[in-house]
Design a protein around this ligand. Structure first.
Ligand code: PDD
Length: 281
């Protein structure tokens, strides 16, 4: 495997960053994960648009010109022979002797790009089975709209899910409303067949898959209600699912151990999943 590290393509096993990289010390960095399907990087323009936003919210400079990053992503995918899988991009504020305040101007931000293969058959199987989620109290900061590498609450939540035999954890705010998953957006389908997902103005990451699913839903003639929903409503919903670059639309069959509807993946979720790649760019 090959990784891109600050201008060089290096063997993955030897790829490393400096011990005083601010990503390592402060999680002072941002990232993107893009799905690679049939050799194409799915929704790359939207991912790079969100990367630009994350960087600018944190006043981190672009490590390379915006025009060149797609070429690097494609090159890493190509060099790793990834046909189906994912590409990971991380930008940190760079290397500087440890100090909370920003380093001196001229300190170059650091760029790492990796890619890895995934088994599309395994994803199909997963979607046929569906996943289980648990709920955990929302305990993150209020800037989760920035795709920061500071993910400790997400790490702890997803580990807790794993220990409970589940695959994702849903964060729940103090009003009992679901915000999002540890690494995905949260959705339900109402009895009337409408899709419900939390507004992205506050409290969640504006998922790229979420945005593209809006387009998919429009194409399928499905109604979207962009509003908050509670755990109680989700448990009584016709369907529930998560979305992310790595899962697309993945059916949820149980929430906190209670089955969603008949405990099998829902047909609306599966049709969204089916139609996704016709709409994504
Ligand atoms: N996570 N919410 C959170 C907290 C996420 O970490 C992610 C993605 C999403 C979905 O965003 P998108 O549709 O753009 O992937 C929502 C990636 C996959 C990860 O951290 O691995």
């Amino acid at each position: 495997r090959i990784a891109y590290v600050n201008g060089r393509y290096v063997a993955h096993a030897d790829a490393s960053v400096h011990i005083e990289d601010r990503g390592y010390q402060f999680a002072d960095g941002v990232y993107e994960v893009c799905e690679v399907a049939r050799g194409f990087i799915v929704d790359m323009p939207r991912h790079l648009g969100r990367l630009n936003r994350s960087l600018s919210e944190l006043s981190i400079d672009w490590p390379v010109t915006q025009a060149v990053l797609p070429l690097i992503l494609r090159e890493v995918v190509r060099r790793n022979h990834v046909v189906d899988g994912l590409v990971y991009v991380q930008v940190t504020r760079g290397v500087a002797s440890r100090d909370f305040v920003f380093p001196a101007p001229g300190t170059r931000s650091a760029l790492v790009v990796t890619a890895r293969k995934a088994d599309p058959a395994a994803a199909v199987k997963r979607a046929e089975t569906g996943i289980k989620v648990i709920t955990v109290p929302e305990n993150r900061w209020d800037r989760v709209d920035i795709k920061s590498t500071g993910l400790l609450p997400n790490v702890l939540a997803k580990q807790k899910a794993k220990e409970a035999g589940a695959q994702e954890a849903w964060f729940v705010d103090t009003d009992g409303m679901v915000t999002e998953g540890g690494s995905s957006n949260a959705w339900i389908v109402t009895r009337d067949g409408a899709l419900v997902t939390r507004p992205a103005e506050h409290g969640i990451l504006r998922g790229i898959t979420r945005t593209t699913l809006f387009d998919v839903a429009a194409k399928l003639g499905l109604t979207i209600e962009e509003r908050k929903f509670s755990v109680t409503e989700a448990k009584a919903a016709r369907e529930a699912f998560i979305s992310s670059a790595t899962t697309i639309a993945m059916p949820i069959v149980a929430i906190d151990g209670a089955p969603v509807a008949n405990g099998h993946p829902g047909s609306v979720t599966l049709s969204l999943r089916q139609a996704f790649f016709d709409v994504a760019e």
